[in-house]
Each structure stands twice: as C-alpha cells, then as structure tokens.
Design a protein around this ligand. Structure first.
Ligand code: X5A
Ligand code: ZN
Length: 655
C-alpha cells in the first residue's frame, strides 16, 4: 500500500480531503479475561488482532487515534440502575471470581479483577467518540472496545456484556448534550445476536430508532425468547421506533443482509432522517464465526456501512460488539474503516441470492411496520423475491471519482480474501442421493429418536407429542431395515437452552470421547446413508434439498478410520460431529453429537448444560421403556443422572 503523500488526520493529499476518522484502542481492555485463563470466545485477542490488522494495512496513521476514556457513573446511570453500576464497579475487589460461576452459566458472563475497568473504558470510549462526532471534531469513528454492550440491560449483565456502551452514548448525546443538537439517533445493530438490552432501554423513546438484524430461529438462538421478534415494535411514544429483522436460519450472507438494508433499513432511515448513527458493530455474522453460523463477507460489511454513510452527513460511530473469528473480525473491521476513511464508490458483486426465508422475514417486517413507515407499504415485486440470479449491488454515492487508487486498494484486498460464498441449498439436488442410497449404516440414537415414532418423523415426516413443529422427513421414506440396541462407553448429558423442535430445555448429547465408567444406551436404526444425511440435515435445522450431502462417502471412510469426523461447522452447529461406534456385521454404527470443541464449551460453561424439559425427557423414557431397556423408574433415574452430573473432560472436572 502506498502511504507516500498521504498525511495523517484529515490530511489533504493529491488534492483530496480525507474524512476525519477516530479510532479508539486501549490495551487495558485486554485485561478483562476469564478468572483462570479458561478458553472463551470473547477473548482479549479480539481487539488486538483488529488493531494490529489496521496498523498493518497502514490505516491507523490516517485516522485520529484516541486512548480509552472511562465512563462517568452519571452517564452509565442514564441507562443502568445505580445498583448495577455499583455491582460492576465493586467486582474489582472480589476475592473469588469463580464464585460467580452460577451467574456465568445462566447469563454467559465471566469476571476478573480487570473487568470493571475494561467495562468503564468500553462505555466511556464509545461516549467519547460519539461526542466528538456529534461536535464535528470527527466525521466518524470506530471504538474498538470490549467487553461488548448490546445484551446488557438496565440492571443485568449478560451475553458477555456489562454496560450497554452504545445505549450509554446515545443517552448521553440526547440527555446531557442538548448543545450538540442531536435530536434523533439511529442505532443499527448488525451483531448476529439480538440487541435485547438496547431494545429495552429505548422501548418507549421515539428519539432513538433501534434497528437490529439477528439470527433468531423462533427464539432458539441466543438470547432467545420473544424479544427479538419483528412484533416487538416499541410502545407508547416509541411505538414503531424499534425494528427487528429476525433470521429464521443461520448461513445468512451478504445477499440476505443487503436485502434487509434495501427493503427495510434504508427506506426507514430516509424517513427518520437521523442526526447521527450509532452502529452496534458485532462481526459475529461474519463468515467463519464459530457462534454466528452466518456468512457475511468483509465486502458485505463494507457495502452495508457505505449505504449508511448517505445519512446524517456520514456521522457514524461504530462500536465493536461480538465477533469471535479473529481472522474474520480483523478483515471486516479493516474493510469498514476503509469505508469510513474514503468516500469512494465501492464496486464488487456477489454470487448470492437471498434465501426464501429471508424474503419471508422481510415481508413480515414490512407488513408489521408499514403503518409507521409508509415507504414499507408497497408489496415487493414477485420478480425480486423469486429471483434466480443475483441483483447487482447498486450504490447511490455522493462521492467523486478522484480517489480511484484507494478504491483499487480496497478491491484488491477484498479480492484476495477468496471466500466461498455460494449457497448450496438453492441448487437442484443431484445424483448424490442415488449414490448414497446404495450404502447402509446403523444410525445410533441416544436422544428422543430412541422412541421409534419420533424417529420416524425424520423419515416419513410428521410430529409426535411434545414436538413444537413437524419434520419434513427424508426424501426416501422407506422405513428402517432393522432396529437393535447397544450400550457404549460415552457420557450422555443434556445441554443448550432450547431447540426449535422441543422448545425450552436442554437436549441430549454424548461425549465423543469414551470412558469405561460412562454408559449411553442407544437405539440403532439401519437406514441408508442418504437417509442418514436427511436426518443430519433435520437435526441441524437445515432443509433437505441440498445439492450435496453433509456426510458423504469420503466422510464415511474418514469416520471409520478416525472414529469421528466433524462436519462443516457453520452448516451443522448442533450435531456437527459424526462418530463411529463400531460395526454390526459389515455395517458401520454411526451416531451424531457435538464436536470436541463444543464439549469444551459445555465443560467451561460457555454453552450451558441444562436439564431436559418434561416433554423431551418423556420421549427418551418412552423410547427406553418401549425398547425393553429399562422399566419406567430405571429410565427416569438414568435420565436424571445424566442431567445432573457435571461434565468431566479427561477425568478432570472443569467446574
Ligand atoms: C456480544 C455477543 C453473544 C453471547 C452468546 C452467549 N454476545 N451464548 O455477541
Ligand atoms: Zn453477538
């Protein structure tokens, strides 16, 4: 990259005026960590890699670099209770950070003695940048902060968040700085998780339009429940000023996000006409993110941001929220800062088209909100929602074309990323089905599938008692060719908070690692490898019309050789690991459970262990009883035991 001739700070070079972009980075925020160095995705390196990548790309010299500023209690108390502020503040003096284990399991929070300082710095730094942008000292800015903020509620830390950094900054501008003339604020939250805290804080406030696009899956995705639904539009004077775009599935990418921009956010932003935009910029919808399971590319983020720069004279304050793939967050952040710096048209294209479910969500949101925002009232054209080829991305840009060299730099970098973004499920299914229909496997089930009528839902389609929705079934609806039972030296346990099919409560997993003291009873169904794929698709909440199998012949060979094979992580976030338990005749016995890295997360509490809900547990008990394995009492005791024992790894308890 050619830095010659470019001066720092609002520099003029080659006759071109850069925008003045502020960056906050403060190493002190890296000191917030797990109490004993346990692995956690919200880790110190997140902000380090973002910063280092910006330095490497030479963009920090062209920005105004600010150190962190601690928030004032009075400002935190604009959105938080006094008790909450004091609780976070006093956490510095705790003797035993491990004692917060219970809170951490329920709320996805950990603490150490630097947590309070980092949380004050994160909130204060966003306030500082927001103030400078509102004043006009900066055109825009990016606060590279942690811990994140958007899950934090008035009186509660949750989802790795302590203070709601963006909400504090918004309230500060509106309530403490009337002199700056900020009367209307648009908060855009593109973190993959719903910004529940921000939504609550401005629920009745028409001065703040809160827009959140997030993966929701009917409440099954964190933070869960109804809060992220598109029906949550605000109340009282704030009615219509809260907009949720809740994805029904993972794997959403550039095309899905840009469709939400073009058909919801941008028209509403035009009507609302904000004085400033605060961006809850989590990068956990990025491709490769271990928690998000979506596929937004740096290019996608840059286009989303560019489209926002048409409002509020480009006064945008970005604040980091989530984002857990270090490589993805570093690249996405750089792409965004380059957009903030350079008033260039962005070119590029995407091979993607939005999912059908994306159009369904967008239409539902438009319908729910069109009474408040007339530009949402028109029906979307059927040509658009049934498109088979991507729509070119068109940007209305107010920029001139002098800055070509910079545009080329950006494009150059983006093209080097070489990220695979095609969507497998939009294609017609092909010959893989007939190939895999010729191979038999034993599918070993240890959860609800032990009850035959429930398992048959995956083959023939349908819904049994306790299920909240039906399964579509396998393409090949022939019944299993055999049924038998086996007991394996693996640890059965229950985890995660809820599922699509069973609602609230944990579901069954088995540890892929064996231990002679453990026992999981399993019901084995002899089915074809094609059907096994359809079970895998359905277990992971995917459609069954994939162009390729999720577990093909090569994977089968691998699993027989290695004992287990992880599946493509963002396709199979739940049962992402196929394990070979042995053979019955010449037919391999396969089960599906989580990966070892998810086992670690269960053991560390990052992903919760939680007991099964009644309806789900009953299904397992029925399976065990009708299979002749246990009496009802024995089956209950077996389930209770699995649900209450702590999870050990390598013989050592992590708790
Ligand atoms: C800020 C953020 C995610 C919390 C996930 C908890 N939080 N399982 O991305
Ligand atoms: Zn997030």
């Amino acid at each position: 990259m050619n830095m010659a001739g470019k001066t720092s700070v609002n520099g003029e070079s080659n006759g071109k005026v850069h925008r003045k972009v502020g960056l906050v980075y403060d190493e002190t925020m890296c000191k917030h960590d797990t109490p004993h160095g346990e692995a956690h995705p919200e880790r110190p390196d997140r902000i380090r890699v973002i910063w280092e990548n910006l330095q490497l790309a030479g963009v920090t010299q062209r920005c105004v670099v600010l150190g962190g500023t601690k928030a004032e209690d009075a400002h935190l108390q604009l959105v938080h209770t006094k008790d909450h502020v004091n609780l976070v503040k006093s956490s510095t003096n705790k003797k035993d950070y491990q004692s917060d284990r219970i809170a951490s399991l329920v709320n996805s929070i950990y603490l150490n003695r630097s947590t309070s300082e980092a949380a004050y710095l994160a909130a204060g730094s966003v306030v500082e940048v927001a103030e400078k942008v509102a004043k006009g000292e900066l055109d825009s800015g990016f606060a590279i902060v942690r811990p994140p903020g958007h899950h934090a509620e008035a009186d509660e830390a949750m989802g790795f968040c302590f203070f709601n950094n963006v909400a504090v900054a918004a309230s500060y501008l509106l309530d403490e700085r009337p002199d700056l003339g900020v009367k209307k604020i648009l908060i855009v939250d593109w973190d993959v998780h719903h910004g529940n805290g921000t939504q609550k804080m401005f629920w009745e406030d028409p001065r703040v339009l809160v827009f959140s696009v997030h993966r929701r899956e009917d409440g099954g995705f964190y933070p869960g429940g109804d809060a992220g639904s598109y029906n949550m539009v605000g109340e009282g004077p704030g009615e219509g000023f809260n907009i949720n775009v809740p994805w029904e599935q993972g794997r959403c990418g550039d095309a899905d996000y840009l469709a939400a921009w073009d058909h919801i956010l941008i028209p509403v932003a035009k009507e609302f006409n904000p004085d400033i935009i605060l961006l809850s910029a989590g990068f956990d919808a990025a491709i490769g993110d271990p928690l998000g399971g979506c596929r937004v590319t740096p290019y996608g983020y840059s286009v989303m941001l560019k489209k926002l720069m048409e409002f509020a004279q480009g006064k945008i304050v970005m604040a980091l929220e989530g984002g857990y793939n270090l490589d993805s967050i570093a690249k996405s952040s750089l792409a965004c800062v380059q957009v903030l710096l350079e008033d260039n048209p962005i070119q590029g294209s995407s091979e993607e088209i939005p999912f059908m479910s994306t159009w369904r969500v967008i239409q539902a949101v438009r319908k729910r909100l069109c009474a408040y925002w007339p530009s949402l009232a028109d029906e979307l054209s059927s040509k658009l929602i049934n498109q088979k080829t991507p729509t070119p991305i068109v940007l209305t840009s107010n920029s001139n074309s002098e800055a070509k060299d910079n545009a080329h730099e950006l494009l150059d970098q983006l093209s080097k990323l070489n990220i695979e973004t095609h969507k497998v499920d939009t294609k017609v299914s092909t010959s893989w089905r007939s190939d895999l229909s010729k191979v038999d496997v034993w599918y070993a089930s240890f959860g609800s599938n032990m009850w035959k009528p429930r398992f048959l839902c995956y083959i023939q389609g349908g819904q049994v008692e306790g299920m909240t929705k039906p399964c579509v079934g396998s393409m090949d609806k022939s019944p299993p060719k055999g049924i038998t039972w086996g007991t394996y030296p693996n640890r059965l346990f229950f985890g995660r908070e809820s599922t699509n099919v069973w609602g609230k409560g944990g579901v069954a997993f088995t540890n892929p690692l064996t231990n002679p003291n453990d026992q999981t009873h399993m019901c084995l169904y002899r089915i074809t490898l094609e059907q096994f794929n359809d079970v895998l698709f359905q277990e992971n909440g995917l459609n069954v019309d994939f162009a390729s199998p999720i577990f093909g012949l090569t994977a089968l060979q691998l699993v027989e050789k290695n004992g287990s094979t992880p599946l493509e992580a963002d396709l199979a976030p739940w049962y992402g690991n196929v394990v070979c338990l042995g053979r019955e005749g010449d037919v391999p016995i396969l089960t599906m459970t989580c990966t070892l890295s998810v086992i670690e997360k269960f053991a560390s509490g990052e992903v919760p262990l939680s007991p099964p809900a009644k309806a789900y547990a009953n299904t397992l008990i029925r399976g065990l009883v009708e299979g002749g394995i246990f009496s009802e009492e024995e089956a209950e005791a077996y389930i209770d035991d699995a649900a209450s024992k702590p999870l050990y790894i390598n013989g050592a308890s992590r708790f």
